[in-house]
Design a protein around this ligand. Structure first.
Ligand code: FAD
Length: 469
C-alpha cells in the first residue's frame, strides 16, 4: 500500500530521512502538503514565503516524476480522506518541536494508530533531538554554553542523498491548486518588494550555503555583527522551511573548520543556538506564550496596540535611527539583521517598556524566516524574561550601538530616506511598501526620538529596581 509523505517544514528532497525511508521501502510514495488551520494562522509574510517554498518543492517533485498533492483543512481529516482515496497504509513526517505542531502531531499519531494506519515520525528539522541532550544530572539545558560544549563534538551521520527515484502510485489523488489558497493575499506590505529578497528552494539554499562557506565564513566572527555588511549566511529562511537540512549546514561548517577557516566554529555555534530554541520549546513549551521566568508576570509591561509608541516602533519612526532602519529593513525584505533584532527588541521592551509579546507577534507577521521557537527565545532573551537572557539592567544603547556596529552609517543610509538629498532606492522603497494609512513620506522631517536612549534607559531601570517581585 502507498505511503503518504506529509511535508510540513521539511520542503526538500535531499537529506530527508522520512522521504528516504519511504522511497527505500519500495512502496508507492504520495507526497502531500496540508494547508491546515495551524498553518493558515501564521502571519502574512511567513505564509506568503511558505507558498514559494511549496511551489519550489512541487517543481522538484515533478522533475522526479512525482507530484505534491495539496489539500486544505484539518490535517487529520485530510489525511484520513487521502487514506481512503489511495488505500495508503502509512503516513510519514519529520518531527517539529513547537507546542502547536507537537500537540497536533501527537493527536494525529494517536488517531491514525487507532485507525490501524502506521504513523511514523522522523528526525529532520534538528541536529540533535531535544531529549537526547541532557545535563550531567539528567535535566535539560537552561543555559546555552554548556549545551554547546555537550553537543559540539558529537558525531552526526553524513547527509542523505536525494532519492534517485520516488516510486509513484498507479493513480494520483486530486490536488488543490496552490493559487487557489491565496497565501499571499494578506501581504499588504508590497509583496513584490519582499519577494525580490527571497532565496527560494532547495537548489538555491544549497548554493547559498556554498557561497557563504567559500566567501564569507572566514570573516564571519567580525562581519556577522555589522548590519551594513553582507556577512552572514542568510540561511534562516531556508532552514525555517526545511529547504536545507541543519545537518548539511553542520557538516559544511565542520569541513570549513577543518580547512583552517576558524570562524566556521562561530557559525556552528549559531546553529546550536537554533537547537537551543527547540530544546527549550520542547522542555518548556510555555516559552512561546508566557514569561519563562514567572516573576516577570508582575512587571508592568504595556500591551495596548493602540499606544503611539507601539505604532511608532512598528512603523519605523521612533526617531532612533538604528531601530527605525532595522524595522524598515524587516518590512521591505521580510528579514532583519540579528544585531537589528537585538536592538529593536531591547528598545521595545526596555526603553518603551512594552511587552515582548507585542514584538514577537509583529515579527511573526513580518518575517519570512519566522520560526516559533527561535522568535520566542530571541524575544524573551532580549526582554530579560527568558532563559539565559541578558539581564534586564543591561540595556542596549541604540545610539552607541550605531557607533560600534554601523560606524560609517551604511545601514542607516540604506534604510532611512528622510532629510537626504539623494536617498537610496532601497530607503525609498519602504515608502512604496507601507500602507497609505501610515501617512509617511520620504519628504517628511525625520522624527525626534519618542523616547531618547538615555531617558528610556533611566526609566526602564527605575521600573526594574522598584519592582516588588
Ligand atoms: P547566520 O548568522 O548565518 O547564522 C546561521 C544560522 O544559525 C541561522 O540561519 C539560524 O538558523 C541560526 N541562528 C543564528 N542566530 C540565532 C539565534 N540567535 N537564535 C536561533 N538561531 C540562530 N531566527 C529565526 O530563524 N527565526 C525567527 O523568527 C527569529 N526571531 C528572532 C527574534 C529576535 C528578537 C532575535 C534577537 C533573534 C531572532 N532570530 C530568529 C535569530 C537570528 O536573528 C536569525 O536566525 C538570524 O538573524 C538569521 O540570519 P542568518 O541566517 O544570516 O544567520
Amino acid at each position: 500500500s502507498p505511503i503518504l509523505m506529509w511535508f510540513r517544514r521539511d520542503l526538500r528532497l535531499g537529506d530527508h530521512e522520512a522521504l528516504s525511508a519511504a522511497c527505500d521501502s519500495g512502496r508507492p510514495v504520495i507526497p502531500v502538503f496540508i494547508y491546515d488551520e495551524e498553518t493558515q494562522g501564521q502571519g502574512a509574510a511567513p505564509r506568503f514565503r511558505l507558498s514559494l517554498s511549496i511551489e519550489a518543492l512541487s517543481k522538484s517533485l515533478v522533475e522526479k516524476k512525482s507530484k505534491l498533492i495539496l489539500r486544505k483543512g484539518d490535517a487529520y481529516s485530510c489525511l484520513s480522506k487521502l487514506i481512503k482515496e489511495t488505500g495508503a497504509g502509512s503516513v510519514y513526517w519529520s518531527r517539529l518541536y513547537d507546542p502547536v505542531s507537537k500537540d497536533r502531531d501527537t493527536r494525529i499519531k494517536a488517531a491514525l494508530k487507532k485507525d490501524g494506519i502506521e504513523a511514523k515520525s522522523f528526525k529532520g528539522h534538528v541536529l540533535f533531538e531535544p531529549w537526547t541532550v541532557e545535563t550531567k544530572s539528567g535535566g535539560f539545558y537552561k543555559v546555552y554554553t554548556p549545551m554547546w560544549k555537550m553537543v559540539r563534538d558529537r558525531d552526526l551521520p553524513s547527509a542523505l542523498p536525494t532519492p534517485s527515484k520516488i516510486p509513484a502510485p498507479d493513480s494520483w489523488p486530486s490536488s488543490d491548486a496552490l493559487n487557489g489558497w491565496r497565501m499571499g493575499a494578506d501581504m499588504n506590505r508590497g509583496r513584490d518588494v519582499v519577494v525580490s529578497y527571497c532565496t527560494v528552494g532547495e537548489t538555491a539554499a544549497s548554493h547559498r550555503l556554498g557561497v557563504f562557506i567559500a566567501n564569507r565564513v572566514s570573516n564571519y566572527q567580525k562581519n556577522r555583527d555589522i548590519p551594513g555588511v553582507d556577512g552572514t549566511s542568510g540561511l534562516s529562511e531556508n532552514l525555517t522551511y526545511g529547504e536545507i537540512s541543519p545537518r548539511k549546514c553542520w557538516h559544511s561548517g565542520w569541513d570549513a573548520l577543518h580547512d583552517g577557516k576558524n570562524d566556521a566554529e562561530v557559525f556552528l555555534k549559531e546553529l546550536v543556538w537554533r537547537e537551543f530554541a527547540y530544546h527549550l520549546a520542547h522542555h518548556t513549551p510555555r516559552i512561546v506564550s508566557e514569561n519563562w521566568k514567572e516573576d516577570w508576570d508582575a512587571f508592568p509591561w504595556k500591551t495596548d496596540e493602540r499606544l503611539a509608541e507601539i505604532k511608532a516602533w512598528k512603523q519605523g519612526r521612533t526617531g532612533i535611527r538604528f531601530v527605525d532602519a532595522a524595522m524598515r529593513e524587516m518590512y521591505v525584505t521580510g528579514t532583519m539583521h540579528n544585531r537589528g533584532r537585538m536592538i529593536v527588541a531591547s528598545y521595545l521592551t526596555k526603553h518603551l517598556m512594552c511587552h515582548w509579546k507585542v514584538g514577537m507577534e509583529w515579527f511573526a507577521e513580518c518575517l519570512i524566516d519566522w520560526d516559533p521557537c527561535s522568535n520566542a527565545m530571541g524575544w524573551q532573551w532580549s526582554a530579560g524574561s527568558g532563559p539565559d537572557a541578558t539581564p534586564y539592567f543591561r540595556v542596549f544603547n541604540p545610539v552607541t550601538q550605531l557607533d560600534k556596529f554601523d560606524k560609517d552609517r551604511e545601514y542607516v543610509r540604506k534604510w532611512i530616506a528622510e532629510e537626504r538629498q539623494n536617498p537610496s532606492a532601497t530607503a525609498k522603497s519602504y515608502f512604496e511598501a507601507i500602507p497609505r494609512s501610515w501617512n509617511m513620506s520620504s519628504n517628511d522631517d525625520y522624527p525626534e526620538p519618542i523616547v531618547s536612549a538615555d531617558e528610556g534607559r533611566k526609566r526602564a531601570l527605575e521600573a526594574y529596581e522598584s519592582r516588588d517581585f
